[in-house]
Ligand binder design. Structure first.
Ligand code: PRP
Ligand code: URA
Length: 227
C-alpha cells in the first residue's frame, strides 16, 4: 500500500484554519482550495511526460508536456470544494463526477450519480474527496472508476482516519492515497477525530436539516433505480 501524508508547513497552516470550528464557510473554502493547490505537485510528480519541439522567439527547444489526459473526479458533494485548487494548477484537466452519500446510520455509501468519460482507460485519474473516514465512499468510487476502465488512479483527501486507510488499502492496494493529515480515529458516528466535522456542510454552509434532505433524495434515487 502507498499512503503519503503530505507534511508541509504551508499545508499544516491551512489545516489549522480548517480545524477551527468557528471558521466561516468562505474562509474554509479558501483554505481547502490552497491545500489542494499545494498537494497537486506531490500527486502528479510521477506523471509521464513526452517531448515536443517548441519554437521560442529565438530558436527551437524540446519541451516536456503531460503524456496522458488528466481527469479530476470529485466525489459529490464535498469533493467539489476540493476541485477548484486542483483545476487551478491543472487547468486542462477534464472533470468527471461521482455522487455518493453516506447513510448516516449504516455508514454505507449510496451512489446517486456517475458520469465518467469514455476514454478513461487512457487517463491519469485524481479522485478527490476531503474526508477518508470508514473508507466506504472512496472504495466505492474506485470500484465505479475501475468498472469504467480506469487504470491509473490516485486518491487525494484532506484528512484520513487510520480505519479508512486500512480498509481502502485492503480493497485497492494499487491505488495510492495522498492525505494532508492522518488523524487519530473515528468516533462512534463515523466522524474523524480530531477531524474537521462534516466537510460538505462546512464547505457549503448547510446544516443538519439540509443533510437529511439530501440523504432522503439519495435514498429515493437509489430506491427508484431498484424498483
Ligand atoms: C462525506 C465525505 C466522504 C464521506 C467519507 O460525504 O465527503 O464522501 O463522507 O466517509 P466514509 O469514508 O465513511 O465513506 P457525505 O456522505 O457526508 O456526503 P456530502 O459530501 O454530500 O456531505
Ligand atoms: N464525513 C465528513 O464530512 N467528516 C467526517 O469526519 C467523516 C465523514
Amino acid at each position: 500500500m502507498a499512503f503519503h501524508e503530505l507534511r508541509h508547513p504551508l499545508i499544516e497552516q491551512e489545516l489549522g484554519i480548517l480545524r477551527q470550528k468557528d471558521c466561516p464557510s468562505h474562509l474554509f473554502r479558501q483554505a481547502v482550495r490552497r491545500i489542494a493547490m499545494l498537494m497537486t505537485p506531490y500527486l502528479t510528480q510521477d506523471f509521464e511526460t513526452s517531448t515536443q519541439d517548441v519554437e521560442t522567439p529565438l530558436e527551437n527547444v524540446a519541451c516536456r508536456f503531460l503524456a496522458a489526459p488528466v481527469v479530476l473526479v470529485p466525489i459529490l458533494r464535498a469533493g467539489l470544494g476540493f476541485l477548484d485548487g486542483f483545476l487551478e494548477v491543472i487547468p486542462q484537466a477534464s472533470v468527471a463526477h461521482i455522487g455518493l452519500k453516506r447513510d448516516e446510520f449504516t455508514l454505507q455509501p449510496l451512489t446517486y450519480y456517475s458520469n465518467l468519460p469514455a476514454n478513461i482507460a487512457d487517463c491519469e485519474i485524481l479522485l478527490l474527496d476531503p474526508m477518508l473516514a470508514t473508507g466506504g465512499s472512496a472504495i466505492e468510487a474506485v470500484r465505479l472508476l475501475r468498472a469504467a476502465g480506469a487504470k491509473r488512479i490516485r486518491f487525494a483527501c484532506l484528512v484520513a482516519a487510520p480505519e479508512g486507510v486500512e480498509a481502502f488499502a485492503h480493497a485497492w492496494p494499487d491505488v495510492a492515497i495522498y492525505a494532508a493529515a492522518l488523524d487519530r480515529c473515528l468516533n462512534k458516528h463515523g466522524y474523524i477525530l480530531p477531524g474537521l466535522g462534516d466537510a460538505g456542510d462546512r464547505l457549503f454552509g448547510t446544516w443538519f436539516a439540509m443533510s437529511r434532505a439530501s440523504f432522503s433524495l439519495a435514498w429515493y434515487w437509489n430506491r427508484s433505480k431498484r424498483d
